[in-house]
Design a protein around this ligand. Structure first.
Ligand SMILES: [Zn+2]
Length: 368
């Protein structure tokens, strides 16, 4: 019987013990190698010149031969201006990446022996770097899609007669979000290094599982011709026009007769839910990455403003405003002002620091 991948030596590539037994010099060398490779040449973050720049051993810094800028191994990275020894940051990376079901900043601060705020900021920097460097080329082969709802828990009232029916849309919190996941399925190989399972995963935060968002994201992040598996929600129905689709109805079966499952997407959410229950306990809206531009080439965005009216502790009304914002042509502005019942006028808008007549403003005049 072959060994499970997670029990093999390959799955233990980053150990906290090894990191913390590194001396200052070894930690510095490791950082250097991770950033610029094994050679003598390093890259100036100021001007980008690759050279054997002058090394200042006492300060462990380099001076650029091209622009004379002084830089360290962490300059221009998220560890720049660090105050703790480098091995503590390596330790943080090891602890963070090994905690596959998430980790709280409180636990990290106890493990590293640093203040809570330091651990909190450090973990957010690691998360930011993950999202900034996310590989977003389209997924291909076989892809599974699924959604799960997080956040916006409405706490039931103490007295039964005061409790709201939380299944109704008007009683749900506007903070609720849907995490949509797309996961590449990796074909199972013969060797232990190709254990099947999942390849690349992309996740997105959307308001709810719906055809418009699912369609836009699928066309942008999934290559044409990719076969997609999804469950029976009608949010995936329109994808049939663009991709070869396989559906599995989870109300009746976990595996359709044609062999379709959504197991890799489910597996992602299984870990995700364990993070929610065991580590974060809840998801605050502000910690979800929820700014997403479905079409990066247009000049507009939709701003949603949701508000809660409370009476005492009771939610009386939940409202949602939708505003279309962005850059519009002059013609569109004029027609919008006219459409609102005003007479549009175009005036020069000058300022002492601007070039003359470089800007204009539009005003709407109330008729009569
Ligand atoms: Zn330089």
């Amino acid at each position: 019987m072959s060994q499970h991948f997670l029990l093999t030596a390959k799955a233990r590539s980053l150990s906290v013990r090894e990191v913390f037994t590194l001396g200052d010099e070894a930690a510095f060398e490791l950082f250097r190698e991770l950033r610029w490779g094994k050679g003598e040449e390093v890259v100036c973050p100021e001007c980008g010149v690759v050279e054997r720049h002058w090394f200042l051993p006492s300060r462990r810094q380099w001076r650029c031969k091209a622009c004379a800028h002084t830089f360290s191994v962490t300059s221009g990275t998220l560890f720049a201006h660090h105050k703790l020894p480098l091995r503590v940051y390596l330790g943080a990376v090891a602890i963070y990446t090994n905690a596959v079901k998430g980790l709280s900043a409180l636990q990290m601060c106890r493990d590293l022996g640093v203040q809570y705020k330091s651990a909190f900021v450090l973990m957010h920097k690691l998360r930011e770097s993950l999202i900034v460097q996310r590989e977003e080329t389209p997924l291909s082969g076989e892809v599974e899609m699924d959604g799960a709802y997080v956040g916006g828990h409405v706490r039931p009232q103490n007295k039964k007669e005061e409790r709201l029916d939380r299944r109704l849309a008007e009683n749900q919190s506007p903070d609720k979000r849907c995490i949509l996941v797309m996961r590449e399925k990796r074909p199972r190989g013969d060797e232990a290094s190709a254990p099947g399972g999942a390849g690349r995963t992309l996740s997105f935060v959307i308001r709810r599982e719906n055809q418009a968002d699912v369609g836009t994201l699928a066309r942008r992040f999934i290559a044409p011709g990719t076969s997609i598996s999804a469950e029976e929600s009608d949010a995936y129905d329109l994808l049939h026009g663009h991709f070869p689709m396989h559906r599995v109805n989870h109300a009746c079966e976990y595996r359709a007769d044609d062999g379709t499952t959504n197991n890799q997407a489910e597996c992602y959410f299984a870990r995700f839910r364990r993070m929610e229950i065991g580590q974060t306990h809840k998801f605050g809206l502000r910690y979800l990455e929820w700014t997403l531009d479905p079409d990066p080439h247009d000049g507009r965005y939709t701003l949603y403003m949701s508000y809660l009216l409370r009476q005492g502790r009771r939610v009386r009304h939940v409202g949602l405003d939708e505003h279309l914002c962005g850059l519009f042509s002059e013609r569109e502005w004029m027609s919008a002002i006219r459409h609102a019942g005003f007479k549009p006028r175009r005036l020069p808008y000058d300022h002492s620091t601007w070039e003359r007549h470089a800007h204009v403003m539009f005003i709407g005049i109330k008729p009569g």
